[in-house]
Design a protein around this ligand. Structure first.
Ligand SMILES: [Zn+2]
Length: 334
């Protein structure tokens, strides 16, 4: 599985390959990007390409070294995660000791630090010492979803590679390459964007079920039929607060995506930019019940509800607000 087969971020794959070709490596690199960019997969790929015996400046994924790295037992690749909330100072001191040891199998030792922003003052200062004394045979790869959480003094000593979530077209090509029929790949690649999960294909049925439930709630609210049922269902669920908040968050998210699609379809019925591409006709019909101002109002309100869920508001208040947004009389055109 060479770099070419990884999902998205081709520009970064090219940068990594150019390091390998020129045999000039930064001592420390930050891979920064959202969860959906799979930065860990790229870090593993880079480690494999550094040690692969089957491919030059790339990786084969099945030679002894690649397999060792996949299984986490290759001696020159070490992956670390914070022990507890933050990296412990002892973990970093251990790295200082490791840093000057010679690689056992290849030319380089590579240290992958997951959640690198999770360093407190002590561990970050200890890590600065590692960066101040580069060892020729070591490469540090710092993975983070929160670049701002890293100290500026650490960032300034690292090469920073910023990953983006994969594009719909990239997910589509990736799925077709992996054996999905074209129509299914198209649907999943659209849905993946909404779910913020490029690997949605693995949990597709589960996702479709949740989406269908959310659609039925939204239809009831927008057409103002069976609103009581929605209210009772939500009250029933709110007896278990944690489970309810999880469900409610997901519900608002899915409904926000429907609203977004309805808005786009109201502007352009032929748009290919909608997420729920398989529900185009249903969403277009629903759009007949609601003005564009009202859609915008509801999208805005869903954003506020997200915030209120984070602020831990009372579940009854959340439910009533939610229902009210859809059922209140339109005032001043909204
Ligand atoms: Zn290999």
């Amino acid at each position: 599985m060479p770099f070419n087969d990884l999902l998205g971020n081709k520009r970064i794959s090219n940068i990594l390959v150019s390091y390998l070709k020129n045999k000039i490596f930064p001592y420390s690199i930050i891979f920064s990007g959202p969860v959906s960019a799979s930065i860990n997969t790229f870090a593993q790929a880079f480690a494999k390409a550094l040690n692969c015996t089957g491919q030059a400046n790339d990786f084969c994924d099945h030679c002894e070294n690649c397999e060792g790295i996949n299984r986490g037992i290759f001696p020159d690749v070490m992956s670390l995660s914070p022990e507890g909330k933050f990296y412990k100072k002892e973990q970093i001191i251990f790295l200082i000791g490791e840093n000057f040891k010679r690689p056992l199998r290849g030319d380089k030792k590579i240290y992958i630090l997951n959640d690198a922003h999770k360093m407190n003052e002590n561990s970050a200062n200890a890590f600065l010492k590692v960066l101040e004394e580069p060892a020729l045979s070591s490469i540090f790869v710092l993975l983070t979803h929160n670049l701002n959480g890293l100290l500026p003094t650490i960032k300034s000593r690292c090469q920073i590679l910023k990953f983006t979530p994969p594009f719909q077209a990239e997910i589509n090509t990736f799925l077709i390459k992996n054996g999905y029929p074209e129509d299914k790949a198209r649907l999943i690649s659209h849905l993946s964007l909404g779910a913020n999960d490029p690997f949605l294909a693995k949990n597709l049925n589960q996702y479709l079920q949740k989406r269908s439930d959310a659609l039925s709630v939204m239809v009831k609210l927008i057409t103002k039929r069976e609103v009581e049922d929605v209210l009772l269902d939500l009250y029933g669920r709110s007896r278990n607060r944690d489970r309810f908040l999880h469900y409610f968050n997901q519900l608002i998210h899915l409904i926000s995506l429907f609203l977004r699609d309805i808005m786009i379809l109201k502007i352009n019925r032929e748009s290919e930019c909608i997420i729920n591409i398989d529900l185009k006709d249903i969403l277009m019909n629903l759009g007949e019940y609601i003005t564009i101002d009202r859609v915008l109002f509801l999208i805005y309100r869903m954003e506020l509800l997200f915030r209120d869920v984070q602020r831990n508001l009372n579940t009854r208040v959340l439910i009533l607000e939610f229902i009210r947004y859809y059922t209140q009389k339109e005032v001043d055109g909204v």
